[in-house]
Design a protein. Structure first.
Length: 154
């Protein structure tokens, strides 16, 4: 039989709160990375922008459907593609994926459309300049984590 002291309970409570805070930082960071990637994507309503995915443990290689309804396009344009506008399901998919994340393990941000590398790296055949989305996210990563860490208190 183990008697839990008041100190034991306080330590256990602190650990539980700290783990919940870490999970929250991971969820918000991954969500912000996904939203930022979509925002940096060069086409407002394109399939590329809607195909950003976040995952934990394994890569989510799914992509957005080819066709977006005209009403979704009009809504996105009117709203300026804010964080709350579900561009063909992109943002709602990111929110759904983020809600399942926890601290620890490997987390992924991916875009699996067949032309993703050409958008990011540029395409000399079409004279399209590189978007450098991945490189911009690398630069922003520490700032995004720090912002989300300051939101939680243990």
């Amino acid at each position: 039989m183990v008697l839990r002291t008041n100190l034991d309970r306080k330590i256990a409570s602190f650990v539980e709160k700290a783990e919940a805070a870490l999970d929250s930082v991971v969820r918000e960071t991954m969500l912000d990375l996904g939203f930022t990637a979509a925002g940096l994507s060069p086409v407002l309503t394109g399939r590329f922008r809607r195909s950003w995915r976040i995952s934990q443990g394994s890569i989510d290689s799914s992509t957005a459907p080819q066709v977006v309804s005209k009403s979704a396009i009009r809504s996105a344009r009117r709203a300026g593609a804010s964080r709350e506008i579900p561009l063909g399901g992109s943002f709602s998919k990111l929110k759904e994926q983020a809600s399942q994340m926890k601290a620890g393990g490997t987390h992924y941000l991916t875009n699996s459309v067949e032309y993703a590398e050409k958008v990011n790296d540029g395409d000399s055949k079409t004279n399209r300049p590189p978007a450098l989305i991945v490189e911009q996210l690398r630069i922003l990563f520490s700032t995004i984590v720090a912002k989300n860490a300051t939101k939680v208190a243990v």
